[in-house]
Design a protein around this ligand. Structure first.
Ligand code: HXC
Ligand code: NAP
Length: 259
């Protein structure tokens, strides 16, 4: 278990932080001493998440925005530094996805997912740069991707291409911004049970059992598995780690490639 002061004094901005994996990261971050700003489109979900985190003693605030709008992203980052005085950790977690054969995927369907995942991540990194540069801890950017972006993802070409783009962007920024003390890493979760992602891609399509069998460990992961990795990458424990892609997938991608 992490020491309860692992993230003490840090401020984190988490896109899509009101649900699923993002909310679990926010929960762990506040428990370990960070203040968090949750940013996404749905005000009701944001309010409910902030209430839950606050009741547990965490410092949390919400900002309603769409990551596809660079002006809204910039305003959300400004809100964060005004509210909590700094920005130390950016977590690019927001994403959109739906299963669709590429032959029938509309240009707008493609554009929508690329806009949310890849363009949204760029807007957040760009808007957060100046604040992360002056972080007293050294800034940390963490983007949630998937190894399906590396292997290819039949029936989710839009998401696979977007996540591959985020991996490339992150490695570029790790070098460009390393001199500013900003570390830039990605996390690649495997299928995480009880999330919207697994519901859409595997439960709703009747492929959950097949997907479980593709995992070397033979089971779906838990949201806490990803939050633990995000704590590591947001803290001093990973001070010399940048440009990395931390795979937290139960061996899913190796078994998939090998099988
Ligand atoms: C085909 C679809 C579609 C579907 C939407 N589209 N759903 N095409 N099959 N199931 C098309 C629409 O027809 C439209 O194109 C275009 O996509 C945009 O759709 P909108 O509904 O207008 O977009 P919007 O309201 O902006 O919503 C974005 C969204 C939505 C991505 C479509 O589902 C959303 O908000 N998702 C957020 C939640 C989410 O996706 N969670 C899972 C993320 S995690 P046309 O041409 O008709 O205009 C994840 C990782 C899983 O996926 C990993 C598992 C291992
Ligand atoms: P989720 O609960 O649906 O999370 C997606 C979040 O993104 C939601 O909170 C949503 O909030 C927000 N969002 C979507 N579109 C947005 C937009 N345009 N602007 C701002 N926020 C937006 O899904 P999840 O399964 O926890 O996934 C979280 C992350 O993990 C994603 O990056 C996903 O690709 C990645 N991942 C998940 C799995 C898995 O097994 N679940 C596996 C690999 C990778 P609003 O609706 O309020 O906007």
């Amino acid at each position: 278990m992490y020491a309860l002061n692992t993230l003490a004094g840090r401020v984190a901005f988490i896109t899509g932080g009101a649900t699923g994996i993002g909310l679990e990261i926010a929960t762990q971050y506040t428990r370990l001493g960070a203040a968090v700003v949750l940013a996404s489109r749905n005000q009701e979900k944001l309010d409910a998440a902030v209430e839950t985190l606050s009741k547990a003693g965490g410092k949390a605030a919400a900002y309603r925005m769409d990551v596809r709008d660079p002006d809204e992203v910039a305003a959300a980052i400004a809100f964060t530094t005004e509210r909590f005085g700094a920005l130390d950790i950016l977590v690019n977690n927001a994403a959109g996805n739906f299963p669709c054969a590429t032959a029938t995927l509309s240009p707008n369907g493609w554009r929508t997912v690329i806009d949310i995942d890849l363009n949204g991540t760029f807007y957040c990194c760009r808007a957060a740069y100046e604040a992360l540069k002056v972080s007293r801890f050294g800034g940390s950017i963490i983007s949630i991707i998937t190894m399906n972006g590396v292997t290819g993802w039949p029936n989710a070409a839009h998401a696979a291409a977007a996540k591959a783009g985020i991996l490339s962007l992150s490695r570029t920024l790790a070098v460009e911004w390393g001199g500013d003390g900003i570390r830039v890493n990605t996390i690649s979760p495997g299928p995480i049970g009880d999330t919207e992602g697994v519901q859409r891609m595997y439960q709703d399509t009747g492929k959950a059992e097949l997907e479980r069998k593709r995992v070397a460990l033979g089971r779906f992961g838990q949201r806490a598995d990803i939050a633990n990795a995000a704590v590591f990458l947001g803290s001093d424990l990973s001070n010399y780690v940048t440009g990395d892609n931390l795979i937290v997938d139960g061996g899913r991608w190796l078994k998939y490639v090998a099988a």
